[in-house]
Design a protein around this ligand. Structure first.
Ligand code: MN
Length: 200
């Protein structure tokens, strides 16, 4: 298997009361596992196509790979973006970059939160580092991969698929989005920002 489900860096109940243990358990062990399995299955199917020389249906395999691999990457970052010791404010160069791009951390939280609440159906809000312009961008990604920003490096993501909150928040996505800041691990986001800029 090329792709494997990573362990969570904390227990399933560690993010309570912000996110229930049962949500975390299903989200990690069933949903994230599904993206991992889907990505591996797409690679297997592609290998069969290469061996047979018959690429009938390749469009669907490539779509499956994009969706499932994106789901795997998104969730792998999402888990690390959160911590039971999260919350508070960003600091250092990340905070300076947020101030420069959005005006203030509060203004960033507003834009990111509104983007998350306004995702049509299932998707994500993301803070990206966009290397061409050397700047931060808030993106609204539909599903796992649509409206992705080519070349941009994901720093902080919020999953607003219903599987991420419905058992606890029911139809109140906005409450979930507003509560989520209490578990954001800004140290992880800052480390990703530093790594992204170092790669330039
Ligand atoms: Mn999810």
């Amino acid at each position: 298997m090329v792709y494997e489900l990573p362990d969570l860096p904390y227990a399933y109940d560690a993010l309570e009361p912000t996110i229930d243990a049962r949500i975390m358990e299903l989200h990690h062990s069933a949903h994230h596992q599904g993206y991992v399995d889907g990505a591996n299955a797409a690679l297997d199917e592609l290998e069969r196509m290469r061996e047979s020389g018959d690429f009938e249906g390749i469009k669907h395999v490539k779509r499956d790979l994009s969706f499932n691999l994106s789901g795997h990457v998104n969730h792998s970052i999402f888990w690390e973006n959160m911590s039971p010791d999260g919350g508070g404010e960003p600091s250092g160069e990340l905070a300076a970059a947020i101030d420069e791009e959005f005006g203030s951390v509060d203004a960033f939280r507003s834009e990111f939160g509104e983007a998350a609440k306004a995702v049509e159906s299932n998707g994500w809000a993301w803070l990206f580092y966009e290397p061409v312009g050397d700047r931060l961008v808030v993106g609204q990604v539909e599903s796992q991969n649509r409206l992705a920003h080519q070349g941009a490096i994901p720093l902080l993501g919020l999953d607003v698929w219903e599987h991420a909150y419905y058992l606890q928040y029911e139809n109140e996505r906005g409450e979930y989005v507003d509560s989520w800041w209490d578990v954001v691990d800004w140290d992880d986001v800052a480390a990703r920002y530093d790594d992204a800029r170092t790669e330039e």
